[in-house]
Write a protein that binds this ligand. Sequence first.
Ligand code: AGP
Length: 614
Amino acid sequence: MCGIVGYVGERDAAPIIVESLVRLEYRGYDSAGVATIHEGRLYVEKDAGKLTEGGEPTDLQRRLKSLPGKIGIGHTRWATHGDPTRENAHPHTDCRDRIAVVHNGIIENFSELRQELEERGHRFTSETDTEVVPHLIEEFMSEGKSFFDAFVEAVKRLEGSYAIAAICVDEPDVILAARKESPLVVGLGEDGNFLASDIPAILPETNEVIPVDDGEVVVVKRDEVKILDAETLRDVTDEKEVQVVEEDPHRLERHGYPHFMLKEIHEQPEAVRNTLTIERDRLVEMAEELARGEYRRLYIVACGTSYHAGLGAKYAMEMLARFPVDVVIASEFRYVTRELVDEETLVLAISQSGETADTLAAVREANERGATTIALTNVVGSTITREVDHVMYTHAGFEKAVAATKTYTAQLAAMYTLTVELARRLGELTDKEAEEYHEELDRVPEMLERVLEWEREREVAVLGGRYKERPNWFFIGRGPGYPTAMEGALKLKEITYQHAEAYPAGELKHGPLALIEEGVPVVAVAQRGGVYEKMLANIEEVKARGATVITVAEEGDENVEEHSDHVIRVPRISEVFSPIVYTVPLQLLAYYMSVARGIDPDYPRNLAKSVTVE
Ligand code: AGP
């Protein structure tokens, strides 16, 4: 996963490109680079390292911004082929430094192409797959082809996934781009035009965007944008819809919070409120679709945190609507479960970004087998929205931190609303009961505001600091508490680098209990409800073996005190909806432990926000 940007217009390109790259850093941040053209010469500056450190511009950022010229392309990298070094950073150039290319994706046939090009005398300077592209363009241009024709020919030779942008000193007023299975949008500005991997990168510059589809080539000039079918070269520009994005670009700033993650944690009341209100009618429509009874089975497919939202939805659908659900990790679904998909299958994909490669591949498999597909995503115009039969949105606002927080609780809010309506239609809830559940969901934003009161937050922050050196953590829960435990463990792993395991508490005795000894931290999710007593027994069980127990429980629950070292209190909520509230202190625990360990939680090592490669 990487981010790419391009600008051609009246202003200096490099500062615009670099600012956009900073906004794209969530897609990768192990190296960055920019190429511009000025007075017939190509300028390239790139290196390993980040563009910002602790919110401040780095030396690399200053160097990139200093390039001259009104046209340029830029890249922020998350290494797939080759270590994060200066040589492997993009842009990559041809032998004569006349063509520069940035790329997001993986070129699967790069070894063959490289060998072929080396045999023809091309000199390579990096270990990347991308470097074949400028050399291919150079090769075709050496046969007398124009930059455009050579670019199109080069793209035809590529196998794999790509969003590519290229510039060439021979045609210093045009950026060429192409897309296959990696996101790419065009931005239409007043004094120039833009290209980017996603909308937020260019949102402060323009809110008029055209999503580029697979198999399209884009020609971007200062006052003209053309989109063509890469195979036939038919001009499809007039068929493309210009989307006007309503998101306020100021929301993309940190607003005094030390990290985006903390800001986004605090935006959860609003994210849930907006999702419950703005999306309500659409969720009701989708509940009707599910209730029609035309489907033999429902698969929810997703990755990471979105998968945990799927698990939360499964518990709700099975508990409230008695509607059986299979939740499958998208990377497993695309190769194994797909065999079971047919026209009577409904596949609901959850993806905050709408760009996750495994989830998109699962959707494509489902479409090919005739299933009906639905997406729940946070990003308007994302790839997934164009690939499914029905779209539902969360309204969490743009999420920048790698660790998902507000999009998770917004996903749960959407899925719970859908579930209540489904249960009503299936006769599992009376109208009165359904309304009571909706009223409870409407109170969730207020509950989250209470969880996020500073007095409570500070207690969690203290725990994060106190236990920051404990290397092995267990998160246990039962029923809907289990997805909460899983999400708590994932947050801890990704931003504190401490090992964490989540288990259904009843499973401990089948193995993991052997690992519990003096001082091992166990976070117990102890919501009131059908499995509460059992959970208390599990807490006792780990405490008896010396664990340091941190229990999340509702206000006023005194039973949990006896066997817990610490109790984190949350407002009362029905067991079935408990993940939407109980997860929030666990996000805070991971956040404060990360900061106490000297890690930047917004940019955890080896991870990127959107995983657009397999
Ligand atoms: C969440 O904290 C992770 N960074 C990651 O697991 C994420 O949820 C996963 O990659 C799925 O992303 P998506 O929702 O954009 O598809």
